[in-house]
Design a protein around this ligand. Structure first.
Ligand code: ZN
Length: 137
């Protein structure tokens, strides 16, 4: 499957790293490093690693191989989701769809039985304004 060069359409994960075939077609790399973790190297200095980078490199840096399974480079994926993805020799970076580590916000946005939500709903949630309050405006 060819990877799209633009963000996914609203409400779909088609062509994103959420699809196993897209994930499998991407070479593992984390060359932006925005969300790397710090670790102490053997020489005592600080190093950086990301479970989304090549497995051998992550393990060489002392990371556990289990931490790499199914892991994706969030920094490249999020930039692609914002139409700022890098172009690679094998195609453009694929977007990623993620709710992050906190699913409570997603549950809140869907608590009325809605099948989806839009950016305005997220902003209302993040600013503490309930969906009903916004609807009354
Ligand atoms: Zn990354």
């Amino acid at each position: 499957m060819a990877r799209p060069s633009s963000p996914p359409a609203s409400g779909t994960t088609e062509g994103t790293l959420s699809e196993a075939v897209v994930y499998a077609s991407r070479s593992r790399r984390c060359d932006l490093g925005y969300l790397r973790e710090i670790y102490r190297r053997a020489d005592g200095k600080l190093g950086y690693r990301c479970p989304g980078e090549p497995v051998a490199e992550y393990v060489r840096k002392g990371g556990r191989i289990e931490a790499t399974r199914g892991r994706k480079c969030i920094c490249n994926g999020l930039l692609a989701a914002a139409a700022l993805g890098l172009s690679r020799a094998d195609g453009p970076e694929a977007a990623i769809v993620t709710s992050g580590n906190d699913l409570r916000g997603v549950a809140h946005l869907l608590d009325g039985g809605q099948a989806g939500y839009v950016a305005a709903d997220v902003i209302a949630y993040l600013t503490g304004q309930a969906r009903q309050e916004r609807a009354d405006v």
